[in-house]
Design a protein around this ligand. Sequence first.
Ligand code: ATP
Ligand code: MG
Ligand code: FE
Length: 351
Amino acid sequence: PLVLGIETSCDETGVGIVRGRELLANVISSSMEEHARYGGVVPEVAARAHLEAIEPALRQALETAGIGFGDLDALAVTAGPGLAGALMVGVGAAKGLATATGLPLYGVNHLVGHVGADLLRPPGEEPSPPLDEPTIALLVSGGHTSLLLVRDLVTDVELLGETIDDAAGEAFDKVARILGLPYPGGPEIDRAAVGGDPAAIRFPRGLTQQKDLDRHRYDFSFSGLKTAVARWVERARDEGRPVPVADVAAGFREAVAEVLLTKAVAACVDSGVPRLLLGGGVVANARVRALAEERCAAAGIALRVPPLSLCTDNGAMIAAVGAGLVTAGRPPSGLSFGADSTLPVTDVAVR
Ligand code: ATP
Ligand code: MG
Ligand code: FE
């Protein structure tokens, strides 16, 4: 099926078009730069930027795919989770389009969209092999850190655990700020860590001690780590020592990567599912990727990492899930659903 997907859950306005698993267009307009001086996404600024970007993005996507609205079989839009005001712009636009065109509309879960990204490949690349279900999925972005058991992408997704405070990407952004590096902090820390010694400073690994594992086996916590980095840097400055930025960045990055992969591999082993799929912007992290390869190889787990261009927020991944819903014969969501900033991941599509 030919499906157009709209994504506005955070700071990327995305419009993607897919034919089944074939990617025809993926237009992304980001308001990231407007948030840079605040050190994080400002919801009102993001919503306003979506409003300005959505119409041109729709046009450009249709033009790139060489189609008109009349050619489409369905529309899909991120219904949640995400920033309420930002989501509302996408949901409103999608409902308007559905009303005007009569096309069926699917309100799609953003996190499931990140998993669905792996169904697609950029134009010119080999198509990805079909998603091998069940699979464990680790989603790590600026707003989420979640471990999922995906039995069936469009019907059966279970949340195994998630962060109880900061998301991994958020921690990267905050630590970058502590070190005086610009926003977004992930790529900056990655660069700064090159040449640093990851073992020079040992930062805490949240929720990995035996006493935490009973209740939080698959949950994450990064705010303690962030505070530990802040204290360490503060002390060095107080004592008039130069801050070894490369070592701090490398030690911090190591702590994050280790926790992520330890928990993800444990989820694979515990549930007897030897497959791990990564998603979200933090997957761009060089150490996270390297450790994922290392740990999965050691544990006999098949690792799948979507192309980086599809790991961050985009409309094509939402369209891909929409296409999956159409193919599975799922009923559309209708027009009465609203943006749901806390939509649980078990709701692949809203009703
Ligand atoms: P959501 O949480 O709703 O999915 P988001 O826009 O916050 O949305 P993404 O766009 O998927 O998330 O990812 C952005 C995050 O990824 C930022 O926090 C950024 O710092 C982080 N990031 C990007 N590159 C890297 C990297 N090389 N290393 C670590 N983190 C990175
Ligand atoms: Mg983003
Ligand atoms: Fe996202």
